[in-house]
Ligand binder design. Structure first.
Ligand code: AMP
Ligand code: MG
Length: 399
């Protein structure tokens, strides 16, 4: 049986890449770039003035000149003007092209306007290229500014726009179908009998996905019926990139999921992980491009397995670099009784020296999702038998 890190690694190795999409600039935030972005022009594309003021030739200031006749105005967005006489100046705006014959900008705050002329304040020291953002000083035309695989934050989106592109090739958000299974489950809002159970897992999974920015998430419920499972899972595989199932993967007489998935051509990558809760966890792939996560049905098992496997699997399919989980300090001893790793719900708080301390909040079993309320996530404690000591570090996964 695989350990949780081995199961995660197997998912990362086998999970198919998410489809690509061409998206406009306003839809790029948080996406993974699938192309190179090459500079359209030098950046800045011309000697760009970076202060409002007057443009002069610093050689005139060197010769002792402190008053300059205003011979023109250069606004941002206007073609380059020319200083006809080195003892004169041109009024200039931030973002304008530095006029030909000028090499220095004196800020408006440092001059006195005398009508036709300006006087430079006595303590100004004019130097070549003062307040000028020189052409090509940031990057040169043809330079690669962004590589495939980079996550597009605000700065990266600005770079795409500055390269003159209205759209970019990115990893598309996968179409995800969350499917709960089980004859005992009844939809919230519908009447329920004493022997039935509310269908809660699918909503927990959808919430966990939405929280991480996956919004193309649909959900369905299927009975423990071989024929229905075959037909509906076949249809969902045709129309979605990722299926996240819950229930039906244990040893019960009506746990049909692995069998049906095999019939539909989904290859089993693994079935069972040495973990508690969630040992029956199943993962498989179908070429081209389909990933199927079948999570155990007990609500705590479903949620921890979703966080521990589906979330990193989706990130890997998008081509994101793996991010190591936060290491937190265990707040009290935890007994790990067997050769199964334990997912222990915890609350997190910062101690006096800024360390994150995780206080264990054990559930009364994998059906007891009510006691998860108020917890921040869980820590993973590697298999025993052993005691995980208070004060030692453990990887933390947020809900
Ligand atoms: P299973 O993995 O199908 O054997 O289900 C294990 C336990 O989890 C059973 O008690 C189920 O009733 C319960 N369960 C399964 N699926 C759900 C669900 N979607 N919502 C709430 N409980 C569920
Ligand atoms: Mg079931």
């Amino acid at each position: 049986m695989l350990s949780p890190p081995e199961a995660e690694a197997a998912i990362e190795r086998r999970v198919p890449a998410a489809p690509q999409a061409t998206l406009p600039l306003t839809d790029l935030s948080g996406r993974l770039l699938r192309q190179s972005i090459v500079a359209e022009r030098d950046q800045p594309p011309f000697n760009r003035v970076s202060m409002d003021g007057v443009a002069i030739a610093s050689s005139a200031w060197d010769r002792g000149l402190r008053e300059f006749a205003i011979v023109g105005t250069q606004a941002a967005g206007a073609p380059q003007s020319c200083l006809p006489d080195p003892s004169a100046c041109i009024e200039i705006m931030t973002g304008a092209v530095l006029p030909e014959g000028c090499d220095c900008v004196i800020p408006v705050e440092r001059i006195t306007n005398l009508g036709e002329r300006i006087r430079v304040a006595g303590d100004v020291v004019a130097k070549p290229w003062m307040n000028v953002h020189r052409r090509g000083s940031d990057s040169l035309a043809g330079e690669t500014l962004l590589m495939p695989g980079c996550v597009l934050g605000p700065a990266e989106v600005a770079i795409v726009a500055s390269a003159g592109l209205a759209t970019a090739e990115v990893a598309a958000e996968p179409r995800i179908m969350v499917i709960s299974t089980g004859d005992e489950l009844v939809e919230p809002g519908q009447p329920i009998r004493d022997w039935q159970i509310r269908r809660s897992n699918a909503y927990a999974v959808v919430a966990a996905l939405q929280r991480r920015g996956y919004l193309q998430v649909a959900h369905d419920h299927l009975p423990d019926d071989l024929e229905v499972l075959r037909n509906r899972l076949r249809a969902h595989l045709d129309t979605h990139d990722v299926l996240v199932l819950s229930g039906g993967v244990s040893m019960g007489k009506f746990d049909f999921i692995p069998q049906v998935l095999a019939e539909l051509g989904v290859e089993t990558v693994f079935h069972k992980v040495a973990q508690r809760p969630g040992k029956p966890m199943w993962f498989g792939v179908r070429n081209p491009g389909k990933a199927v996560y079948a999570l155990p049905g007990n609500p705590v098992s479903t949620l921890v397995s979703c966080i521990r496997y589906v979330i990193p699997g989706l990130a890997a399919s998008l081509g994101m670099a793996r991010t190591a989980p936060l290491q937190v300090v265990l707040g009290s001893d935890v007994n790990v009784p067997s050769d199964l790793s334990i997912f222990m719900p915890v609350t997190l708080a910062q101690d006096g020296s800024g360390r994150q301390v995780a206080t264990p909040k054990p559930t009364r079993g994998s059906g007891d999702f009510v006691s998860l309320t108020g917890t921040d996530g869980f820590v993973e404690l590697t298999a025993g038998p052993r005691t995980a000591q208070a004060g030692t570090l453990a990887p933390f996964y947020a809900w």
